[in-house]
Design a protein around this ligand. Structure first.
Ligand code: APR
Length: 236
């Protein structure tokens, strides 16, 4: 029996795991995200100032998920396979708002920065699954109020979701694996410090702001390095 399979594992993913599926990362192109400054499209102030621009921006991101070329890659699939084989606690925390982990088959998955395929009503707080474009004047299907719907995305200056559950899992993690994240954005960048007893592994195409906090570094594309690591862990 592989007794290590009963240990607890926490995995953190960032934009790098979806890069090879055709979704652009945030910080790899001169600080611009799809030609916009992050503060023009990803803050509550931006939404207040120019809801049209912000809705259009997220409509484009949401519709990209329907592009037949955008599919889970080998890294997403390997994490789903690991979860399936794992006997201990397994938690996948993603900063990504795309749906590729779920489409790959991951189940115990928390979207700490929200989800593109959900919207939220500022009036009644209802969270609604939404896969189409969202117009600024749309009425809430729950309370009927107009123009109160926003993407269910955690913007800069807002509180990430599921933090209590994530902190609890980090505290007892035996493995902490960080994949494709630049370590620029807190609180996620600080998770490695909280996984105090874990074997800490970082996968990225290059060193990051927080590489020094990890014991092991796998440098290379996620689609290659993640399946390799999963095979190694399952074969241990
Ligand atoms: N395989 C592995 N890593 C990769 C790959 C790849 N194929 N391609 C790029 N990377 C790495 C980059 O080297 C970089 O370190 O992915 C990381 C992407 O970093 P960011 O663009 O900063 O994305 P992320 O860390 O997820 O951003 C965190 O910032 O804008 C906010 O809310 C947004 O969730 C996002 C958060």
């Amino acid at each position: 029996m592989n007794t290590h399979l009963f240990k607890n594992i926490v995995i953190l993913t960032g934009a790098g795991i979806s890069a090879e599926s055709g979704i652009r990362t945030f910080r790899d192109q001169d600080g611009l995200w799809e030609n916009h400054r992050i503060e023009d499209v990803a803050t509550p102030e931006a939404f207040h100032r120019d809801p049209e621009l912000v809705q259009r921006f997220y409509n484009a991101r949401r519709s990209q998920l329907k592009d037949p070329n955008v599919q889970p890659n080998a890294a997403h699939l390997a994490l789903a396979e690991l979860e399936h084989a794992w006997e201990g606690d397994f938690l996948l925390v993603t900063q990504n708002v795309d749906n590729l982990h779920r489409r790959a088959g991951s189940q115990n998955l928390l979207h700490m920065h929200g989800r593109l395929d959900q919207i939220r009503c500022l009036s009644c707080e209802e969270v609604i699954v939404w896969t189409e474009d969202l117009a600024v004047n749309e009425s809430c299907p729950q309370c009927g109020i107009k123009a109160a719907l926003r993407p269910d995305i955690v913007w800069f200056g807002e509180m990430p979701h599921h933090m209590d559950e994530i902190y609890f899992a980090l505290e007892k993690a035996d493995y902490f694996i960080s994949i494709g994240t630049s370590g620029n954005v807190y609180p996620a960048a600080g998770f490695v410090q909280l996984a105090w007893k874990a074997r800490k592994i970082e996968i990225n195409v290059k060193d990051t702001e927080i590489s020094r906090a990890f014991q092991e570094h796998l440098i290379g594309p996620a689609s290659i390095e993640v399946p390799k690591l999963v095979r190694q862990i399952l074969g241990e």
